[in-house]
Design a protein around this ligand. Sequence first.
Ligand SMILES: [Zn+2]
Length: 590
Amino acid sequence: MPKPYLQTQWSLSDLFSSQDGPDMQAAFSELEALTARFEARREQLSPDLSSADFMDIVHQLEKINNLASRVGGFAHLSFAADTQDQAALAFLARVRQLMAGLQNRTLFFSLWWKDLDSAAADRLMAQAGDYRYWLEEIRLSKPYTLTEPEEKIINIKDVTGFSAFSTLYDSITNRYTFKITVEGEEKELTRGELMVYARNHDPQVRAAAYQELYRVYGQDGPILGQVYQTMVTDWHSEQIDLRHFPSPIAARNLANDIPDGVVETLLEVCRRNAPVFQRFFRLKASRLGMERLRRYDIYAPLAQSMVTYDYGVAAEMVLDAFHQFAPQVADLARRVFDTDHLDSQVRKGKQGGAFCSTLTPELTPWVLVNYQGRPEDVATMAHELGHAIHSMLASHHSQFTQHASLPMAETASTFGEMMLVDRLLATETDAAVRRDLLFRQVDDAYATILRQAFFALFERQAHEMISQGATVDELSAAYLQNLREQFGDAVEVSDEFSWEWVSIPHIYHTPFYVYAYTFGQLLVLALYQQYQVEGESFKPRYLKILSAGGSDSPAHVLSAAGIDISSADFWQGGFDVITGLIEKLESLTD
Ligand SMILES: [Zn+2]
């Protein structure tokens, strides 16, 4: 009898019984012992090290990483499940300290490896099998690496610097509550609950939701802006002044192993194609019977009814969509449910939004969503399970090569969403719901492609401005300007949106992360088009891209699938698919 799908909290028992149980204490002791043994290998490191000894050392490091990832994962997931739990917060801080210590004690290996002459490195890499790309990647940052004592100081100071500010930002913003009056009733809501009203049928309710969102963020705007200035200045001091990267974004590009020129091309193609989505917003305005769309209205629904799906129904729909693509894919997704690794409840204090966390190759990933029954919640479930499927398909790789780098990391998730939409389009009989689904598909393409590209363009500008001493107000003004370029005259943007940037966690936690979404979604559109043309023969090629995980560079993994990411035409192809969708919508009569 299969388990019924219940909206519950996840179980972390596959990791540890609790944060202070005997198994956790044993893990701390074992980490200490493994690290001490690893440190003892230090004097063995030399250019004529045998391949067998070298691989033995690599495996020791992998063991430390694997266990540290379980401990760190437990701390992070406990905190995400309840961000107001003081004990979980204290444990997270303790684990961060421990991790920084471990990192420092094992650092000598990567420094030695980076420093090694090319002949010796090539000899050892040739025998390294699945670890080759990981080893190659470490050497990529060779020109930007400092001396060991300097690297240690950076690690130590990050705990109370960049990481502390990152946590402070979460602590401040996760306690926000929002008040909105709907049908005469005042409600007090979390951000996730409030933003449900951004997709409400009533234009006044949509406006009220955004105004309340930016009233609350705007009140703390100067403080949140100051946190951002501090983190950006830290980024600049480290990446530009100390490491000598040519630009702030170059540090992220290297971590993604995407050439600077490719990212430049990607962002420029997006900027050029802003009118594609402006055309969509004009169409949407006319379908909504409005003269011009307001920024409040861009996610407005067109269907006459608010469709909601029971959790169990949603789970079945997602698994069925995956099954239609390949039964193997659905089986992997089902494993996340069966192992109780899915936290789908809405609770106060629980981290908002959604994520998938892959800790080690042998553990099924954990997924967090805040499921509220809307069609986009079903899409989010498909998205995060897509991440989990990606990890599981790549679980034959090592701890170091399982994870796809950021820009490839969104491939399976967005493809999973598209499978779901296709299934819904094929089975939904209500014409209004079908049209709404198509609109929503372009809505989502907007949110994932253009919106994120313009965030990245803003980050690039903000990093530059902050290095020139810009104030928070000047950053807000620049942000408003960025929005006005993005929307042209197709959408009216009111002034409170100047605070939107302080409400985007990504630009705080992981500078320039956001272009990975743009990259991933445009890539998926191109892949999906190939799937439509080729049918069955496409599937093994696609699964091969996913199962490569992080075992090679994105450029190599994709060129093996016939894709050239340095070409502007390739990226333009993604926008052409969207233009096709918009034309289809324009031709639909009411
Ligand atoms: Zn994602």
